[in-house]
Design a protein around this ligand. Structure first.
Ligand SMILES: Nc1nc2c(ncn2[C@@H]2O[C@H](COP(=O)(O)OP(=O)(O)OP(=O)(O)O)[C@@H](O)[C@H]2O)c(=O)[nH]1
Ligand SMILES: [Mg+2]
Length: 451
């Protein structure tokens, strides 16, 4: 395992009052001492004012540094954190000086990776660090923080402990197979298995909502050309992101933007109107629209209810204006645009970007449709926020199902133990107890440098 000194800017580059540079690894204090002439490794965790200099002795800045001797540090290694002035000049110079003094630029996520390898965080907590940094709305931060605090980890560890107990009881059965009902009644083993299976199931139920909260729900605006999709997109975002004109076929590409509807994270997508087209670029845009529609968590199907001329009749079947039917059918909310033009009453939520009519009702309807079960998040049960979690627990569920039959009276205890062992492995994979390097590669692929 590499523990060479690594260094990175922990704050975003650019104009700012302060920047933080983080240094970690074996020999970190020697590296720091070459850049901070007055460097003292003790006392730990106290900030000290000092001059930072190039190895040639030129002044870079005066700032603060804090020493965290391992293992009582974020990475578990010796760590020094420097606060210097921000901006484009000072932090890169400080980084360059620390590199000249013997540190290597860190890879993306390398600090957190070392924290995992040194047992400071488990994998679920490491993922939560990334989620907390990426959070855009408070509910995402709450869920990430709960996971970072170990909520999901504790649940998984408890389930694993029950399975290990089950394995231990099964071991008696393997050793004394000739006894009628085994030394432990099979019904007791089955109760234990079913209890864990039930808890796995309860966690799996949280996955769709939790993944939606973490990534934002994909909400796609769809409908015929010129119906007012881009206008509605802009109005819902509160900013002029998409071009609006009276010419049908204005939007040719899909535009995605992050929004917050009643506190819930939404990825709103404006698309090219689906309809008959002879323009090659428009046709490509329509293909793109269809791809988004297939992945959508919710479609806002827009029609102008007969008010606006060009297309947009609500009688058109939802999404059915497209040449081929879509393979999957996400839920649809019908929206009648341009209500200020006096459209006839009909199905769907009437909105107008001119008067603002219906916009709040639409936001509410979207949030309600997508995050209805989300109100129970208040008590913050552990949740499966990633596909990786879901896949691991689905594996555990399969193994536990496989164990049911051999666990029944007279069944094969060795086979039962094999399945239970598989379930234990699935849980280990989740918290990062096995094949750690490979799993880490996958987890940290999306991290930014300095985390
Ligand atoms: N009166 C009124 N006009 C609207 C409203 N919404 C959109 N429009 C007008 O309708 C026309 C088309 O609007 P867009 O938002 O570009 O429509 P679109 O569905 O994105 O069109 P394409 O990108 O071509 O598919 C523009 O002239 C808008 O000003 C509305 O609520 N009221
Ligand atoms: Mg448009």
């Amino acid at each position: 395992m590499l523990s060479d000194p690594i260094v990175a800017l922990a704050t975003p580059p650019g104009r700012s009052a302060l920047a933080v540079v983080r240094l970690s690894g074996g020999g970190a204090f020697e590296v720091a001492a070459r850049v901070v002439p007055s460097f003292q490794p003790t006392p730990p965790r106290e900030s000290r004012l000092a001059s930072f200099r190039t190895v040639e002795g030129e002044l870079i800045d005066r700032g603060l540094y804090v020493v965290f001797p391992g293992p009582a540090s974020y990475t578990g290694e010796d760590v020094v954190e420097f606060s210097c002035h921000g901006g484009l000049a000072v932090p890169p110079r400080l980084l360059a000086a620390l590199e000249a003094a013997g540190a290597r630029p860190a890879h993306a996520g390398e600090f957190t990776r070392r924290a995992v390898l040194n047992g400071k965080l488990d994998l679920l907590q490491a993922e939560a660090v990334g989620d907390l940094v990426d959070a855009e709305v408070p509910v995402q931060a709450r869920v990430a923080l709960h996971q970072l605090e170990g909520g999901l980890s504790r649940r998984i560890v408890a389930l694993r402990a029950s399975l290990v107990e089950l394995l231990a009881l099964l071991a008696y059965d393997v050793d004394f197979p000739e006894e009628d009902d085994g030394p432990v009644p099979r019904s007791r083993l089955e109760t234990l298995r079913a209890g864990v299976a039930g808890q796995v199931e309860r966690l799996l139920v949280t996955a769709p909502l939790a993944e939606r909260v973490r990534c934002g729900a994909l909400v796609v605006l769809s409908g015929p050309p010129n119906v007012g999709k881009s206008s509605l997109f802009n109005a819902l975002l509160g900013s002029e992101r998409a071009i609006v004109t009276e010419v049908p076929g204005t939007t040719r590409d899909a535009i995605e933007a992050h929004a917050e509807f009643l506190g819930w994270p939404v990825r709103l997508v404006d698309t090219a109107g689906l309809g008959e087209t002879i323009d090659r670029i428009e046709a490509l845009g329509q293909q793109m629209s269809r791809r988004y529609l297939e992945e959508a968590d919710l479609v806002l199907e827009c029609g102008d209810g007969g008010a606006g001329g060009q297309g947009g009749r609500m009688e058109a079947p939802p999404i059915g204006a497209a040449p081929d039917p879509l393979p999957s059918h996400p839920p649809v909310i019908l929206v009648r645009t341009k209500s200020d033009l006096g459209a006839v009453a009909g199905e769907g939520i009437a909105v107008s970007v001119v008067t603002g009519d219906g916009l709040e009702a639409l936001r509410r309807a979207v949030a309600d449709q997508l995050f209805r079960q989300g109100s129970s998040l208040a008590d913050l049960e552990p949740m499966l926020t990633r596909e990786r979690h879901r896949v691991a627990l689905e594996g555990a569920r399969r193994s536990l199902e496989g164990a049911a039959r051999p666990l029944a009276a007279g069944g094969d205890a060795v086979l039962a133990a094999h399945h239970v062992q598989e379930a234990v492995h699935a849980l280990d994979d989740l918290v990062g107890a096995v094949d750690i390097e490979e799993v880490l590669d996958r987890v940290f692929a999306t991290f930014c440098v300095g985390k």
